[in-house]
Design a protein. Structure first.
Length: 264
């Protein structure tokens, strides 16, 4: 996701590039959730972060140790739709409890099911399992709106369709919450394919697409998005709550209109 930001910026003319603003967080107000881990387990922790001193956290991040690089890396960050954090269970010494994010019979939904439901929000507007797995929240409603807005954006001149895609980032993280459920952080990948309704029409890439599409008109464009998601999952059979998600476009491709193909 970070690399795609650089790629998109490098595709712009120098005059259109905005100065890079490094995101930072206030260390004093950061809330760290550090789980007790057994020897040999992957070392990680979650953090609720605020960009300003005295402000409530606006992001949830996961930091994981990368032994092959001999360093820690931020492997996930989610913008929160609500500043009210889930109540993570802590022991007497202040440690959190890590729980299995997948194949966990103590939870009403695991990371794989949550990922499937998020993809359903994008691909169908939640008509299959998205609306069954998730109770309505700002985050889930935003995903459904992305689907419904795309369905009508071209009118009768084109289509815009979402689909799931191969997901390289299958790692997921979960912390036990005070109600016996879990806070689950995971990732997904989806595509959006825009296409003209018939020959004679064309899609003109925007400036943010230049790095991938080079201002060449297309018959269709397939965008790929990688996203980080965060959800609270109850222990009993009740809907989960999507509390935030963050996406980045990581690729775009598509066939040029015939006139441009001949020039090439």
């Amino acid at each position: 996701m970070s690399v795609s930001d650089y790629t998109e910026t490098e595709g712009l003319p120098a005059k259109d590039r905005e100065p890079y603003e490094r995101w930072s967080y206030d260390l004093a107000s950061a809330k760290l959730y550090i789980p007790r881990l057994a020897a040999g387990e992957e070392r990680w922790f979650a953090a609720a972060l605020s960009s300003e001193k005295g402000k409530a956290p606006s992001r949830l991040a996961v930091f994981a140790e990368q032994p092959q690089h001999k360093r820690w890396e931020m492997v996930s960050v989610v913008d929160l739709d609500s500043q009210k954090l889930p109540d993570v269970a802590l022991d007497r010494e202040g440690y959190a409890t890590a729980v299995a994010a997948n194949d966990n019979k103590q939870l009403s939904a695991d990371a794989d099911l949550l990922r499937t439901a998020v993809l359903d929000n994008f691909t169908t507007g939640g008509t299959n399992n998205g609306s069954k797995v998730f109770a309505p929240t700002k985050a889930s409603k935003r995903q459904v709106k992305v689907h419904s807005d795309a369905a009508t954006r071209f009118g009768d001149k084109g289509t815009s369709v979402f689909d799931g895609a191969d997901n390289r980032f299958t790692d997921a993280y979960a912390l036990k919450t005070a109600d016996g459920g879990a806070l689950v952080l995971f990732s997904h990948t989806h595509t959006q394919t825009d296409a003209v309704a018939h020959s004679g029409l064309q899609l003109n890439p925007g400036k943010e697409d230049r790095a991938w599409l080079h201002d060449v008109p297309r018959m269709s464009i397939r965008y790929t998005f990688v996203c980080n998601d965060a959800a609270t999952v109850p222990a009993k059979a009740e809907p989960s709550r999507l509390i935030g998600y963050t996406c980045a476009r990581t690729d775009a491709s598509g066939p040029p209109v015939p006139s441009w193909s001949h020039r090439a």
